[in-house]
Design a binder for this molecule. Structure first.
Ligand SMILES: Cc1cc2nc3c(=O)[nH]c(=O)nc-3n(C[C@H](O)[C@H](O)[C@H](O)COP(=O)(O)O)c2cc1C
Length: 189
């Protein structure tokens, strides 16, 4: 049986990162099934930040779940998954996760991921970060989530924004012991 990986996309800036992640996960198609959930906010950033239509985004995932469908598979702990990535993770979705206010499927799936002690990666994005945001990230980390803001690295000598996106996605995939494409590690060729 393929392993399921839940991808939540919320309305923070960074829609190209979701696309890059879904594209890279296709190299693991034989072993991993991607389950995508997109918030209304993310639909807006997708339109603002990329040339992708919603349908083109959906086509990159194996399964798509309606964010209002709180009866979908990822809403239950008995639905086995290898974990969840919220990419990008808005400050609103972060607040929902930290408080356990699970009124949509992204939030419910994240809540389930935490309660089942599975890996939850939050690609939290805002700048500058307010005290509430920092407090919520700290609390999410204490609850067991891994916080990977989409920050730039320079040691890999990026030349394009795609290089930057690939590096961030490589860091995220590392959390699941998956290898990113063209991911340049420190002190490794
Ligand atoms: C173009 C655009 C960029 C945004 N960027 C951010 C951001 O970087 N971080 C953030 O927390 N919210 C950002 N927002 C605001 C969120 O989309 C908004 O708070 C929304 O209610 C989040 O809901 P969701 O988490 O359910 O998607 C942005 C909104 C738009 C339209």
């Amino acid at each position: 049986m393929k392993k399921r990986l839940v991808i939540g996309m919320s309305g923070a800036s960074g829609a190209p990162l979701t696309i890059e992640l879904l594209k890279q996960l296709q190299q693991y198609k034989e072993i991993i099934e991607t389950h995508l959930i997109v918030t209304k906010g993310a639909e807006m950033t997708l339109e603002q930040e990329t040339d992708y239509t919603l349908e083109q985004l959906y086509a990159l995932a194996d399964e798509v779940h309606d964010n209002h469908n709180i009866g979908a598979g990822p809403a239950s702990g008995s639905y086995r998954t290898m974990g969840m990535i919220v990419i990008p993770c808005s400050m609103k979705t972060l607040a929902g996760i930290v408080s356990g206010y699970s009124d949509n499927l992204v939030l419910r799936a994240a809540d389930v991921t935490l309660k089942e002690r599975r890996k939850l990666v939050l690609v939290t994005r805002e700048a500058p970060l307010g005290t509430v945001h920092l407090r919520n990230m700290y609390e999410a980390s204490q609850l067991g989530a891994v916080i990977i803001p989409p920050v730039l690295s320079y040691y890999n000598h990026p030349k394009t924004i795609e290089d930057c996106n690939r590096h961030i996605v490589g860091k995220i995939l590392d959390q699941f012991e998956l290898e990113g494409q063209e991911f340049h590690r420190w002190m490794e060729k």
